[in-house]
Structures are given as C-alpha cells and as structure tokens.
Ligand binder design. Structure first.
Ligand SMILES: O=C(O)CCC(=O)C(=O)O
Length: 336
C-alpha cells in the first residue's frame, strides 16, 4: 500500500495493511481498568516521602502520574489545542512535512517505521527535536501560526520537570541527586505529537503496539476526553484513565539499565476507538549520544552483579530503530 497520513481521510473499513493476525490483536474486552496507578503529588513538602513514593512506583510499575508538577495548566491546555489544530489542517498542507526517514529532526509521519514494518499502526505523528530550542524550533511547522511559541514554552517547562524527576529517581536509588543526570550527559529532547483518528475496526489494530521507550524518561500529556494508553503489569494490560492536570511518567530503557534492572522500563501500547480521535503529546528526554550508560558501582556490588554491558546511547538508539517496535525488549540484546 502507498503509505501516507490517515488523519483527515475517511475510511469505512480498516485497510488490510493495518489488520493484525488473530494472535496479535488488542483483545479490548480483556483489558482491566486501572484505578490504582500511583498518582504522586510533586508539591509534597516531605522530600523523604516523595522520594520513597517515586522509588516504589519505579520498582513496581515503571510508570506513574504526577500532579502539582509545576507546568502551568494553561500551557498544557494550549499545547493540546495547538496540536489538535495542526492535525485539523488539510491533508495537502500536512503532507508538505511528510517523511518516513527516522533520522530527520522534524517530520510528519504515520504508523511507526513504515520502511521496516509489515503491518501498519493507526497513528499519524509529528516528530520534533526540541533541544537546543534555538537550533530546532525554526524548522517546526509555522502553521498554525502560534505553534512554535506554544510548543517552545511547553518544551522548556517539561524539560525542567523531567530534571526534577530524574533527581528524585536518583535519590530513590540511594544515590546523589545529580548522579543519574551526570551519566545521561547533556540530554536531548524529542517530542511525538500522536494523533489516532477514529478507527472503523479498533479490535483489529493498534495505534501503537506494545513497546518500551528507548530513551531515559517520557513525560506524556494525554487528551483528557479519550482514553487509549495501556500498560502491562504482571502480565495484564491495564487501561490508564486520563487524570485531570496530570502527566504520565514512563521510565525508559536507559533508566532500567542505569538502575541495574531494579527499575522497569514498562511495556505500553496505545489502542484506538471507533468514535473519537485521540491525541497525546509524548516528550522524551534522551541521553546525549556519547553517554556511556552503565549502572553505578553502588548498584552493582555483592549479589547485584551488573546485568547489562556498558553501551553508548548512540549504539542503543541505532539498534532500536533497526528493529520492529514490538520485538523483544531491546535491552535484552545488551545483557551480560
Ligand atoms: O499515545 C499514547 O498514550 C502512548 C504514546 C507512546 O507510547 C509513544 O509516543 O511512544
């Protein structure tokens, strides 16, 4: 099939290139509603308690939600609004930005990696490099006209939030607060604005199939109106209900490696629905390419032998994009 954007195109049936084999469908009726995802109040004045809550969530779930996170509500709302406006542009306008080359620093694309995959996913996405802003913002879409200003302001706030979380995560491992950030080096920042149009046959396909994130930390802003994110816990898929004024935080593969496997980079997926389009904004903090990812010696002593070989982030990222999204955990390929 000629692959191009699906937002703004009307489909009465799901095209065959999106249909998963029977053994690999979302089985939506078996998914559990998850009401006990940790919701962590970052405004908590008791640092010890906050760090403990974050450590427990990282160990048991690999993801959590945060409230009182410091990102102004109006800014998060504007981010969602301008993202909707972008995906409401005409197909012709959007196609001007289309590329299926994952090395591009700004592109509108569809599915996941259309050059590699055999079955497509019911998603369009705008992928942006965001750090340093002065370098990348000038290449972002200029339509809608407010896009660059709103997204730039949002990126600055989200980066600061990510760093605060990384400090607490480092402390929760019994380390100095800057230890994790020091290993990750000058971090890159990417954004995926995901748009999942209403799907004529949502039982047969995914918005994004199960995957873990290759980066360090993901900060996800979800459309409040339409759920779709699911997380694997103890072998069961849990539906994460969007929570007002909250971000979902996912640990990525690099924090799993840094923590010597004590914390989990969680499998997650996005499912689609027949009635409404869904939008999410994922911000990824990524180690610098030359960062040497290895667990600190405090976490690899005694019985805790190093689980993974040392690798640079550039090596890891190349391996990740050379594969299909839903293969085995990429970190398995770096085990000792
Ligand atoms: O849309 C979502 O909720 C999940 C997005 C996601 O997993 C991603 O962009 O990697």
């Amino acid at each position: 099939m000629e692959t191009k954007v699906i937002s703004g195109v009307v489909f009465s049936r799901l095209p065959s290139s999106y249909i998963r084999p029977e053994s690999d469908r979302p089985r939506l009726s078996e998914v559990l509603e998850c009401n006990d995802v940790p919701v962590i109040d970052l405004g908590c004045k008791d640092r010890g308690l906050l760090v403990k809550q974050i450590g427990d969530a990282c160990r048991e779930y690999g993801f959590f939600q945060v409230i009182n996170h410091g990102v102004p509500k109006e800014l998060a709302d504007s981010m969602v609004k301008v993202a909707h406006e972008f995906f409401s542009l005409s197909v012709e306008e959007k196609m001007k930005l289309y590329s299926d080359d994952p090395t591009k620093t700004m592109r509108l694309s569809t599915s996941f990696n259309v050059r590699k995959e055999t079955i497509h996913n019911w998603r369009d996405y705008l992928r942006l490099h965001c750090y340093p802003l002065e370098k990348y913002a000038p290449e972002w879409p200029s339509n809608p006209s407010s896009f660059r200003d709103i997204v730039s302001a949002y990126c600055i706030e989200v980066r600061a939030l990510g760093f605060r979380l990384q400090e607490a995560i480092s402390e929760s491992l019994g380390l100095q607060k800057d230890n994790l950030k020091d290993v990750l080096g000058e971090q890159g920042q990417h954004m995926a604005i995901n748009y999942y149009p209403a799907c004529p046959e949502p039982d047969l396909t995914y918005g994004l199939p199960a995957h873990t994130d290759p980066n360090a930390l993901t900060i996800l802003l979800q459309d409040l109106q339409v759920a779709g994110l699911q997380v694997l816990k103890d072998g069961k898929w849990l539906a994460i209900k969007p929570q007002p004024d909250a971000f979902v935080i996912n640990l990525g593969d690099q924090i799993q490696a840094f923590s010597n496997g004590k914390y989990r980079s969680v499998w997650h997926r996005a499912v689609v629905n027949a009635n409404r389009a869904r939008l999410s904004v994922a911000s990824f903090l990524c180690p610098c390419d030359s960062a040497n990812i290895s667990a600190p010696k405090e976490l690899t002593t005694g019985d805790d032998q190093a689980v993974y070989t040392d690798f640079t982030y550039a090596e890891y990222y190349k391996k990740f994009w050379s594969r299909n999204l839903d293969q085995e955990h990429c970190l398995e390929l770096f085990k000792n």
